[in-house]
Ligand binder design. Structure first.
Ligand code: ISL
Ligand code: CA
Length: 561
């Protein structure tokens, strides 16, 4: 359980704050968040106690997928500002003692990127091979792959009579990483940004850049994933990327690696392989919804399965490599609505989840608004939604017989827009996000849930996050110390011990809305315990071996030996 020989790194000790720029803060009243908006809120971000800001894509983009479709990697999206704003953001972030990482979207570009526009012109265009073009097979698509956003993964181009591959929207053609010039061009872009002063990259669907050769037909989507994820040349490319770029900078990298499991995780983040610092694994956000089926139907899930995922991912990398920890991001519902209770126990459960996220081993990522307990939005009509994948799924399922009411319920629960409603700053109109008309509706609960309220209330979720981050920072044992899951099969309580033999802590979290009792006979081995944190002001226990917990009650104890 203990590995004191971990190499210290700033990014292991950091807490990251993720910003979705479109929804963070609008500075000029056009209803769209922008870089000057972020600049105006840097002091707020710093006040949470985080060290690193991860900016979702801000590059020039026609915005079919809110910036995950890039048309120019060296320019800023018109609505967000310009390169001077970006330079100022980098400088100011550094001046305030934080670092800034960007989103590298390199599996695909926009179809409006110059490379693709050239590529489309003719079969012998020098850029043709930048993308994955194939002729029809028996008058049909080159294979039967599906896009992640629904429909076929191939689009026919009339002019040149061939299909191009798009694993995401048809406006997001996949780059051909087998082409060395493509790889070099991406490395040049990365270098360009490092020279501008950024501190690292979150890499979008990076485990999909190498596809199985021959692009074989798949019997189902699961099999298709196997042909796409961690393909034959993935590690070679990432090692090359390190030699060409990453090795030259003191940077951090985190790869979005949906579907990467087991040995492939080890192969990607082992410190001796020089690939990625950490990856985002998605298992814990796939328990209650089937991303392979893609229908947003809620599945029953068990806390014991959730716990095993966290334990296994920690044990797998013990002494080998580093984990990332997150409960939500811009593609996921609000963690509080999903794993807590966003109604009668909103504050308690949000604090419980904060206790969890910040006492795990691995670098924690907080998503904007998580620190004030923002919740899922339940818009009345599908017209109020903006996310292309939510809209596609709604239309597809409804046209296949699911009732619109049922589909709207699924959207309420799982739409990516739950995370994308504007940040709630105060109780003024549109939550202080904009003085104009927001590009997507503000969650109507902004009058009660906003940063102004959170800052002024000493018992708020926001202050609790600050305290938890401080606790984590005050003692490196929270960063590097071992993790041991207790009571694996308990379906209400998530409990674990952190730390070294001579210094141990118990974290106990009631993940349910019921009162429950946690019996821990091994606790008898300790002389006593000292309570460090709880989300209930009157949290008391008689014995560490037998703990009563109220709904979502959480406690962190130092165990005295
Ligand atoms: O969003 C999802 C489920 O709701 C995922 O399937 C998601 O599409 C997948 O994890 C890849 O996400 C990343 O790449 C996409 C982009 O739309 C996402 O926002 C991004 O995080 C394409 O670039
Ligand atoms: Ca704006």
């Amino acid at each position: 359980m203990v590995k004191p020989d971990f190499k210290r790194k700033w990014w292991k000790e950091a807490v990251v704050y993720q910003i979705y720029p479109r929804s963070f803060k609008d500075s000029n009243g056009d209803g769209i968040g922008d870089l000057r908006g972020i600049l105006s809120k840097l002091d707020y971000i710093r006040s949470i106690g985080v060290d690193v800001i991860w900016l979702c894509p801000v590059y020039k983009s026609p915005n079919c997928d809110n910036g995950y479709d890039i048309s120019d990697y060296r320019a800023i999206m018109d609505e967000f500002g310009d390169i001077n704003d970006m330079k100022e953001l980098i400088t100011e972030t550094h001046n305030k003692g934080m670092k800034l990482i960007m989103d590298l979207v390199a599996n695909h570009t926009s179809d409006e990127h110059e490379w693709f526009m050239e590529s489309k012109k003719a079969k012998d265009n020098p850029y043709r091979d930048y993308y994955i073009w194939k002729p029809a097979l028996n008058g049909q698509e080159p294979n039967n792959w599906r896009s992640f956003f629904g429909g076929k993964a191939w689009k026919y181009d009339e002019d040149t009579g061939e299909y191009y591959l798009h694993l995401f929207a048809d406006k997001q053609p996949d780059l051909n990483w087998e082409n060395e010039t493509v790889r070099k061009s991406i490395y040049d872009i990365m270098t360009w940004w490092f020279e501008l002063g950024i501190d690292g990259f979150r890499m979008d669907v990076i485990n999909m850049i190498s596809k199985t050769s021959g692009l074989p037909d798949a019997d189902n989507f699961g099999e298709q994933l196997a042909y796409i994820i961690n393909g034959p040349r993935f590690h070679e490319y990432i090692q090359e990327m390190n030699r060409e770029v990453l090795d030259k900078y003191d940077c951090m990298t985190v790869g979005e690696c949906f579907g990467t499991v087991g040995e492939e995780v080890v192969n990607t983040v082992s410190e001796d392989r020089n690939e990625l610092d950490m990856i985002f694994r998605m298992e814990h956000v796939c328990l209650d919804v089937d991303l392979v089926a893609g229908n947003m139907k809620r599945l029953d899930w068990k806390l014991s399965d959730f716990k095993k995922i966290f334990a296994e991912k920690d044990y797998l990398l013990e002494g080998v490599g580093w984990n990332s920890q997150f409960l939500m991001n811009h593609d996921q519902p609000r963690a509080l609505s999903r794993f807590g209770n966003d109604k009668e126990y909103r504050v308690e459960s949000a604090k419980m989840l904060a206790t969890f996220l910040l006492t795990l081993r691995g670098t924690p990522y907080i998503y904007q608004g998580e620190e004030i307990g923002m919740t899922n939005a339940a818009f009345e009509s599908i017209e109020d939604y903006r996310d292309l994948s939510s809209i596609y799924t709604y239309n597809y399922e409804v046209s296949n017989g699911v009732s619109p009411e049922e589909m709207l319920e699924r959207i309420h629960r799982f739409s990516r827009d739950n995370a994308r409603t504007p940040m709630q700053w105060d109780a003024s109109e549109h939550g202080g996000f904009t003085e104009g008309k927001p590009w997507i509706k503000v969650n109507p609960n902004y009058k009660e849930i906003n940063t102004a309220q959170a800052e002024s209330d000493k018992d708020s979720i926001y202050h609790y996050y600050r305290d938890m981050i401080k606790l984590r920072k005050d003692n490196l044992v929270w960063v590097y110390g071992g993790f041991k899951l207790l009571a694996e099969e308990d379906e209400k309580v998530f409990a674990y011990v952190r730390g070294e033999e001579e210094e141990q802590y118990l974290v106990i979290l009631n993940f349910s809305g019921d009162e429950t009792r946690f019996i821990w006979p091994e606790g008898g081995a300790y002389r006593s315990q000292e309570l460090l944190v709880s989300n209930y002001a009157d949290h008391r226990i008689n014995s560490i071996c037998d703990i009563n917990l109220r709904p979502y009650e959480a406690g962190v104890y130092k165990l005295i030996q």
